[in-house]
Design a protein around this ligand. Sequence first.
Ligand code: SAM
Length: 245
Amino acid sequence: MRFDVLSVLPGIVEGAFAGEGVVGRAVVSGLIDLRVRNLRDFTEGSYRQTDDAPYGGGAGMVMKPEPIARAIEAISAEGAEGEGKPWRVLLSPQGRRFDQGAAEALAARPWILLICGRYEGVDERIRLGFVDEEISIGDYVLSGGEIPAMAVIDAVSRLKPGVLGSGESAAQDSFSAGLLDHPHYTRPAEIGGMRVPEVLMSGDHEAIRRWRRQEAVRRTLERRKDLLERAELTEEEERLLRSSS
Ligand code: SAM
């Protein structure tokens, strides 16, 4: 899978995936094809200007439309015969809220171009004419789209086969089956008077599976009741929920 990230500060993204962690290793091994693109390479003139004062006045600068449009067009033309064009995503606090479902939808796309804003954001005509989707990573404002782009790349990449180690799986993670993940424990068996639940040390795999599933349901009920509406539950789990509500 290929990601292109268009940014005026490419070093932020390059440094994040420089070989460490599961996604960094997938980038280094070529499993994930990550190309970080410097917006300044698509400017014209010796100032390599990427921003300008807003029409109508006021504080802050706006990202100029021409370099971004030029970059999107040039990058989109890079696809080999039959490869098509990238899915163009603008990172914006005003976009659709990113969640596991959105990550899964993006993971089905072979090529994604992530466009990072800075300052007051990008000229509105980029949003109107050059992007397929606007994504927000939450209701707060960051200084730039690079951290949101990195969050999207990480969440999407770990869904691709081979990115996680053989013992790891995204399928049991929170949100994958509509539930939060169950609690995890490792050695020692006791710390500060807190013991690991006996069932996890019993060696009874079926009992462990049932305990984990029950804890995932219980935890979701306590913390994220809204998720349960879409979760696929067994009759026993439904009963458990009814008895605790
Ligand atoms: N003036 C804009 C507004 O209030 O909607 C905020 C601009 S923000 C300071 C600069 C850039 O950071 C945005 O263009 C966007 O690319 C990125 N950004 C900031 N917060 C974000 C979020 N929650 N999700 C996605 N991108 C975000």
